[in-house]
Design a protein around this ligand. Structure first.
Ligand code: PLP
Length: 381
């Protein structure tokens, strides 16, 4: 069977292997504790579920405009002004099937074969695969532990070439939990502003920011705003991962290109989910939910750090955002666990699951081979 090169080149996910094994163990009755999940354990708030029921009862079950309903675009425009101080027009917003779909669309819209996309490492494992799908070249820039895993202006400057098309900046970061301060973003913006590259600013964990206030790099200047594609959505913020709603805010030519492609690939995002997402952003009940979500994840962040502090041989960089902590396990390499040699993060995570019934994600495919990632978006117990 012939499989096209672009599909054949997609890397199999080590993450899936561990999560599939954890699932199998659970089905066999083992008491597996899973630190793998990339989603909060909260249910979608009632006011959002009610809005979805209302949409069904109103018969809002038909196609919507391909780039999203006007009501949701307006809610997004208001959100961007309220939370980020950013002024957009509805024609600069495109609603898609989750932030992941937004990222795919944007890269397809701006990257030609051979173009370079700068990705600070460690990174969310999907980014390089999406770059591959448009024939682009990922340029990984290793961030340093001593900089809290954050890209510096000097590193960015050194990575830019005439072929650079875009930078993917994920803040707060999956998997490191790093959060850029406003000053750090401004120094990156200073470098970017002297070029024509596009910043794809993945802000899906924006609200889960335990130290600094919310700041989008797009707010630096009018030029930066035009160069930035803000990517965000309701998945992580409103515990709506399964609803599949994300958005981009971008200069009109990019928004138009994305909307055109989307009209031929998926048509519109789900009509009921769009209606529910309007409620997510606009209903005042949202503020109380966000405060509760953030407080509970912050409590779990502190708890997991306290527990890890008591384990000899492990260390971590204090996470300041999202709901992940990266644990350095390299000191265990060369040792063995009940006869199984530990020579990689993958071997460590496999032994941890097989022998300890604890699922964690090895970070080789996140560009951080010495680490495993624990998600603390699960119950305190
Ligand atoms: N961006 C980052 C950094 C993520 O970690 C994720 C999900 O894990 C996404 C985007 C995708 O979000 P969505 O569920 O809205 O597609």
């Amino acid at each position: 069977m012939h499989i096209a090169k672009r599909a054949a080149e997609i890397s199999p996910s080590l993450t899936l292997e561990i999560t599939a094994k954890a699932k199998k163990f659970k089905e066999e009755g083992r008491d597996v504790v899973s630190f793998g999940a990339g989603e909060p354990d909260f249910n979608t708030p009632l006011y959002i579920r009610d809005a979805a029921k209302e949409a069904l009862d109103k018969g809002l079950t038909k196609y919507t405009p391909a780039s999203g309903t006007l009501a949701l675009k307006k809610a997004v425009v208001d959100k961007l002004m309220r939370d980020n101080g950013l002024s957009y027009k509805t024609c600069e917003i495109v609603i898609s099937n989750g932030a992941k779909h937004c990222l795919y669309n944007v890269l397809q819209a701006i990257v030609d074969p051979g173009d370079e996309v700068i990705i600070p490492a460690p990174y969310w494992l999907t980014y390089p695969e999406l770059v591959k799908l448009c024939g682009g070249v990922s340029v990984f820039v290793e961030t340093r532990v001593e900089n809290g895993f954050k890209l510096t202006a000097a590193q960015l400057q050194a990575a830019i070439t005439p072929k650079t098309r875009a930078l993917i900046l994920n803040n707060p970061n999956n998997p490191t939990g790093a959060v850029y301060t406003k000053d750090e973003l401004m120094s990156l913006a200073h470098v970017i502003g002297k070029t024509e590259l596009v910043v794809i600013s993945d802000e899906v964990y924006e609200i889960l920011n335990y130290k600094t206030g919310i700041y989008s790099i797009a707010a630096y200047s009018q030029k930066l705003k035009e160069q930035t594609v803000v990517v965000n959505g309701v998945s992580k913020t409103y515990a709506m991962t399964g609803w599949r709603i994300g958005f981009i805010a971008a200069a009109e030519p990019i928004a138009k290109a994305v909307a055109g492609m989307q009209s031929h690939t998926t048509s519109n995002p789900n009509s009921i989910a769009q209606y529910a997402s309007v409620a997510a952003y606009e209903n005042p009940a949202g503020q109380a939910f966000l405060a509760e979500l953030k407080a509970s994840l912050d409590r779990r962040r502190r708890l997991i750090m306290r527990e890890l502090d008591s384990v000899e041989g492990l260390s971590y960089i204090k996470p300041e955002g999202a709901f992940y902590i990266m644990v350095d396990v390299h000191k265990c390499f060369g040792k063995s666990a009940r006869g199984k040699k530990i020579d990689s993060a993958h071997a460590f995570a496999t032994a941890l699951l097989e022998q300890g019934d604890v699922a964690a994600i090895p970070c080789e495919s996140f560009g951080a081979g010495d680490y495993i990632r624990l998600s603390y978006a699960l119950g305190d117990e």
